[in-house]
Design a protein around this ligand. Sequence first.
Ligand SMILES: Cc1cc2nc3c(=O)[nH]c(=O)nc-3n(C[C@H](O)[C@H](O)[C@H](O)COP(=O)(O)O)c2cc1C
Length: 458
Amino acid sequence: MSSKRIHFGVMLQGAGVNMNAWRHPSVPPNASINFDFYVERARKAEAAGLDFVFIADGLYIHEKSFPHFLNRFEPVAILSALAAMTSRIGLVGTMSTSYSDPYTLARQFGSIDMISGGRAAWNAVTSPLEGSGRNYSRAHPDHALRYKIADEYLEVVTKLWDSWDDDAFIRDVKSGRFMDPSKMHRLDHHGPFFDVEGPLNIARSPQGQPLIFQAGASDAGIELAAKYADCVFTNGGTLEKAQTFYRKVKDAARAHGRNPDHIKIFPGTGPVIGATEEAAQERLREYGKLLTIEDALNYLSHFFQQHDFSVYPLDEPFPDLGDLGKDGFRSTSEEISRIARERGLTLREVAVETATLRAHIGTSETFTGSAERIAGEMIRWIDEGAADGFMLGFPVLGCGLDDFVDLVLPILAERGYHDMQTQGTTLRDHFGLPYRESVYAHPADAAAEEQVPAMAGR
Ligand SMILES: Cc1cc2nc3c(=O)[nH]c(=O)nc-3n(C[C@H](O)[C@H](O)[C@H](O)COP(=O)(O)O)c2cc1C
């Protein structure tokens, strides 16, 4: 097996990340709340040796939101259920640092990690949607403040997960000693945003701690990832852009005294696959037909703070939107505007391309084509230091995942970049990451383990 095995996550986003995927014949129209469909897709991914399933989330909807957003499962609930219905695949769920409490979150993900035998990860997001505040009885914090809150939030959660030493619970029936109080650690955290006494009311989990994913690509996002994250989910973009981002994150991790190999980077992509180039283009046309131009404009507005794009002429250059989006999905909206400017695209072109190809998580032009070409490109991204794996957000989860498993994975397996069997039993095992020792366990050893070899990383 190649040491460059490509890691894969699959977004279980209802029918798929194309906003109108629900209209495609390869999925049930109610996929977003169809538990059997979630289980079937998760098991398919598991049997193919993919590393994890991923649940994105949001906390505000309105009448123009994507159909999937209007009626979907809450991430912790669906992951808990999937934990019981699967046995090897990792379970990654999104939860907001701006609209939840660290104590509750630490319990929830600690519990899923235990229930699943060490397969849980939390995707920490700061919540870009301004309307979320109106659902949570508070003012929506701006971009900078959200990241300050997130930093303290992650500190609290990771410390709570170390509330108990690994051997704190003795459960000695004979003597009646349930636990050793000297192995319990109260937190007593007092910061600008959180006051948390602790300890957490659940023991350390099979991975030591669940993994942390981070999704947010501004400088503040990268800094947060460098400090705390095991994995980063990012927009795809071009190979060169992905290489720059990859280096930035690894360098930032190194600057925090971490081993850069211990932070895995997953550009998002929604491959459009065919047995031949022509078959892939046909698939793309088929996906395009799921959307009207009004749908595509609504899709775009999601990344620009619900801006109404219907007021602009469709076939004129993409409008200059100034700071719009800065306080929401900043890195994504900046990327869309930059591409539009650089390639001189019209509003119609940007809307259609964003809605069909970029599909929320990054560019997919590179990954539209024959299975042979897609496999080759993926290998190139891994070998040339642009990614450790990919977050697969198939435009349509039915035929998309099937095509990937049937057509692309066999090629990757033959070239030594994939194995139908995941490594080990925990998600950390799958990624080759070490068990997460408690800060109280062997402080000196833990520090040494993270010490950065001079030329570590790719
Ligand atoms: C690839 C990617 C995926 C994201 N997924 C989610 C999500 O599922 N839910 C959510 O509320 N925010 C999500 N976000 C938003 C971020 O958490 C963050 O609030 C936003 O991108 C602004 O931060 P940034 O400028 O650092 O990217 C995502 C961002 C990126 C780049």
